[in-house]
Design a protein around this ligand. Sequence first.
Ligand code: NAP
Length: 252
Amino acid sequence: MTESDLKVAVVTGGGSGIGEAIAHRLCDDGMAIGVLDLDEAAAQRVAAGLRDAGHDAIGVHVDVSDRAAVEAGFGTVRAELGPVSVLVNNAGRDGFRRFVNITEDEWNAIIAVNLTGTFHCTQVGISDMIEAGWGRVINISSSSAQGGQEFMAHYVSSKAGMIGLTKSLAKELGQDGITVNTVPPGFIDTPMLRRSEAKGLLGGSVEDHEERTPVRRVGTGADIANAVAFLASEASGYITGQIIGVNGGRNT
Ligand code: NAP
């Protein structure tokens, strides 16, 4: 497959924040995009904006933790845009609770979206890649899984699971021409981060963290999208099973 054949990318959680930035960047690189999101209005808004800019894009309401919904969503993308060759598992939810107080329901809810959702989307999404003998899977984990994070044991465990899944699938799918990598973001200015700020969970404002970040600024969705675009490209074909941290030097 050549670069010009890289046709259809699915971005889960593409209706907001990092996913929205990734959807825009991959469109700029010539791909058609399926924007999958739990928030249907957000998925439709992002897809409409991309179409207004002259790109091919559709918005699809999908809860990634629901296998039937994932299968239906990928079916819609395949019918409207074609076989999927790039998958960005970005949909995620966070949680903050002292470990001793995390309930089984809270634990399961986070694992269901972040880890099991990645399992569902990857298992459903890679069939086209296997058939084509070419594909890219990029998992958006979290820098918190590299260093640990108090009061986020459920979230961090789910994101660490995504790293293990990435490494295992890289070994299993390399022979099919599919690379699997993970980008763990660190402190990216998105609605998720601003919600944490509003709840007083950041130990100050988002901007207060500029001084605590080696590059002296807070990250943007575009910072993550730049790394994802490279990992989705032909040029990254010898890179698989890797953790490509994008965090301004906050984790090394
Ligand atoms: P965001 O602004 O909250 O966007 C996440 C999107 O995913 C939202 O549109 C959300 O929809 C959607 N989503 C949630 N659950 C879903 C589900 N079950 N099925 C489909 N879509 C679902 O968050 P973000 O900051 O861009 O985060 C994107 C990813 O990066 C997440 O996996 C997050 O854990 C990871 N991350 C972010 C940071 C950071 O600093 N921002 C750091 C490390 C890792 P709703 O709004 O309806 O819930």
